[in-house]
Design a protein around this ligand. Sequence first.
Ligand code: ACO
Length: 351
Amino acid sequence: MRLKKLIFSSNRKHKKIGKMKNSKRFVKILGVGSYVPEKVVTNDDLSKIVDTSDEWIRARTGIRERRIAASDQTTSDLCVCAARKAMENASIAVDDIDLILTGTITSDVVLPSTSVFIQTKLGLKNIPCLDYNVACSGLQYGIELARSLIESRRYKNILLVCGDKLSAITDWEDRSTCILFGDGAGAIVLSATENEEENSIIDVVLGANGEHSELIILPAGGSREPASEKTVSERKHFMKMSGRDLFREAVKIMGNCAQEILDRNGMSANDMDFVVTHQANWRIIDAVRERLGVSPEKVCVTIEKYGNTSASSCIIALDSLIKNGKIVRGSKVLTVGFGAGLTWGAAILKF
Ligand code: ACO
């Protein structure tokens, strides 16, 4: 009798799960967090190590200062600080996270992934950990990955972290690149919901074009040109960049990608409460803004304080809007990323 009852109740449970399996699952952004290192490096500081000036950097990029990690701080350290804040803001226990996704181009070591270091530092065990490398489109790619894995009912609470210690791969003798970058991390907790009204991910568009892979590249240290005395003396373990070409591509690609996602959802940029683009250069952000026909008040700019922090730049910007009470429940945000690869992506989010 007891057994029969048990089988009956277990069948009922299965029927319920079966029914849920057919219903659509949605993805809610539960919490956002970010972290930047304490050390501030101003344009004047840089003018003491390379031939540049505060005036040139501000006029050409909009950057006033950036944060630089301590020598013993790794990318996973930055990511863990951001992750803890995101989980706190999400009011979720660390143990409830069932997958870690990390977007980074400056992994702690080449092997293994940075995600496993984040896992251990957070005190987690056994849950799957995955790194992906799409540079500054990390938020948009990460959202698409997390969304697919949650909608497929494989995972429930995903910790998406994007972080980079770009100072570790910046050539501090090259004035055309070292003025641009900063260190930082951002994190988002994405969770399953059966309630469509709670859905945070309205749509995502992604793309890539490997034909432009040389426009921003770290040439040595991989299988193509393993580390050697020669590669070190040729400074090939630092980022090399064709600034002007990238500038042109960034404006064109971010503009196209943003317009594509708006068009396919029957929206205009003015339907958004905020537009958050990758923070590579103030002039790029403003050109995309103009192309979308949106007013400057709707466009978040954090580049003057942090420079280009790669994949975390969009999350740091989102977090600043949340902290300042500008993004509230129901706010719609268009985020657009663009990075080495070239890769790009746009996502329309509802908070
Ligand atoms: N200080 C003073 N002069 C400089 C500096 C500097 N830091 N850097 C370059 N210059 C000089 C150049 O030597 C050049 O001098 P010349 O005319 O005598 O040859 C002059 O300034 C103009 O150089 P440009 O490269 O044409 O300057 P531009 O206006 O294009 O600005 C910049 C350069 C800021 C790099 C811009 O091209 C840019 O932002 N590009 C996009 C970068 C980008 O998006 N990168 C990352 C995307 S992917 C990712 O984020 C990982």
